[in-house]
Design a binder for this molecule. Structure first.
Ligand code: KG4
Ligand code: ZN
Length: 400
């Protein structure tokens, strides 16, 4: 199955075309307690246009700026994707009958519509089986651009449209194991249920239990800031460029994690919820109280903050893994790129739940990308008439 996937939920415009095959049919696979090990994901094209530099000037993502950039990027990126995947057919097609309805779909995306008319509409039908698009959660203006673009494509090409939850994408990214470094091909590992996933990004911190395919149950989430958001805010407190996550991680490598005492919010509560806002405030007070912020002190603060955040994430995840007797643990989302978190979770699994399989995404698939959306679309297969697909900024994984 060839899937064209589109991701525009935040500040990355991403398009991927992937060919996915399973040894067994999907229907059979769904009725089993584990998926077939032979699922192959061949990447025909994959591209991400990051807007980080644009938003960095504002210290965070500006939704309407993100929308404008998506509008600018989508059409040229699709043309490149089709070319790379050898799916661009220069034969002209008669587009007159579809012009009206496409103009209606893209009525608010005027710049996108112009580009769409000029560069996409004349192309002959590409050999793909479905279009997948992220419809939530995320920033409304950003999501709408991708959703409307996908609706226009589904109409133009008469292809099924699969709406994908962004967090489901992060979930499936963990299972994409690279076959060989030099070939853009991945295999999906055996899913041994129950699975527990720690999904950590700029907007979310969730512990997700999946007892069977594909019932997502959120057993814990953050009460306030997401952990990625806390990294970004602490980055700002330390005067680091946006996004703070990778910057803190780099500084923390050279700092002493015990340099300062910081709280471990909700570490001992019986539930699986998190809270990172108080930790961020504690860093704010700490920085105010320790005087001139020398490079040495900065490293100590970064390392101490990171250690506090990771300790809570890891301990609660392991406790949930024990309680629910999971067979598989997965890590996903932008913060999954954090080496200290990967290492700490791995060590805790080895020590406390050694029989549990552990899956983490390839470092390049931790952040937002469209390959994870294509993969989630393949497994969830929620084909929906395009008229029914709308952007849902607060979409929850459990409602998938
Ligand atoms: O999943 P993602 O790319 O976008 C959202 O869906 O939010 O996650 C972005 C978040 C940002 O908060 C960023 O600072 C954080 O992931 N991040 C990291 C690291 N790399 C990215 N946080 C900690 N350590 C990292 N190495
Ligand atoms: Zn994300």
């Amino acid at each position: 199955m060839k899937i064209l996937a589109i991701e525009t939920s935040c500040d990355e415009t991403a398009i991927a075309i992937a060919e996915l095959h399973s040894g067994r049919g999907l229907t059979r696979m769904r009725s089993r307690t584990h998926a077939d090990a032979s699922t192959r994901v061949r990447v025909l094209s994959q591209d991400i246009a990051s807007q980080v530099k644009i938003h960095a000037a504002y210290g965070g993502v500006v939704p309407n700026l993100a929308r404008r950039e998506h509008e600018k990027n989508l059409v040229p990126m699709l043309v490149v994707a089709l070319t790379e995947a050898h799916l661009k057919n220069p034969k002209l097609q008669n587009i007159k009958p579809k012009q009206g309805v496409i103009a209606d779909i893209l009525t608010r995306e005027t710049e996108l519509l112009q580009k769409f008319k000029k560069s996409i509409m004349p192309l002959a039908l590409p050999d793909i089986d479905a279009i997948a698009v992220t419809y939530g959660p995320g920033l409304a203006p950003a999501l709408w651009t991708g959703v409307n673009f996908a609706r226009a494509l589904a109409t133009l090409w008469d292809k099924p449209l699969i709406p994908v939850n962004h967090m489901a994408g992060h979930f499936f990214s963990a299972f994409l194991g690279k076959d060989r470094a030099e070939v853009p091909q991945f295999s999906i590992s055996n899913f041994q249920f129950p699975i527990l996933a720690l999904l950590v990004s700029g907007g979310h911190t969730e512990l997700v239990l999946v007892k069977k395919p594909w019932r997502f149950q959120i057993i814990g989430c953050t009460r306030d800031d997401a952990v990625g958001e806390a990294f970004d805010k602490v980055g700002r407190i330390l005067g680091l460029p946006y996004p703070g996550g990778p910057e803190i991680a780099r500084l923390a490598e050279k700092g002493n994690p015990s340099a300062y005492t910081l709280p471990r919010p909700m570490l001992h509560t019986k539930d699986y919820n998190f809270s990172f806002s108080g930790l961020k405030t504690a860093v704010l007070y700490l920085v105010r109280d320790i005087g001139k912020l020398t490079p040495q002190k900065k490293k100590g603060v970064a390392a101490s903050f990171q250690a506090a955040a990771i300790e809570v994430l890891v301990k609660k995840t392991i406790r949930a893994a024990k309680e629910y007797k999971v067979s598989t643990l997965a890590l996903g989302g932008g913060v999954a790129a954090n080496t200290a978190l990967r290492v700490a979770l791995y060590a805790a699994i080895e020590k406390d739940v050694p029989a549990t399989d552990f899956f983490i995404p390839d470092i390049l698939l931790c952040g937002d990308n469209a390959l994870m959306i294509a993969t989630a679309a393949y497994f969830l297969q929620k084909k929906t008439p395009w008229q029914k697909i709308i952007a849902m900024p607060n979409l929850q994984l459990a409602k998938q």
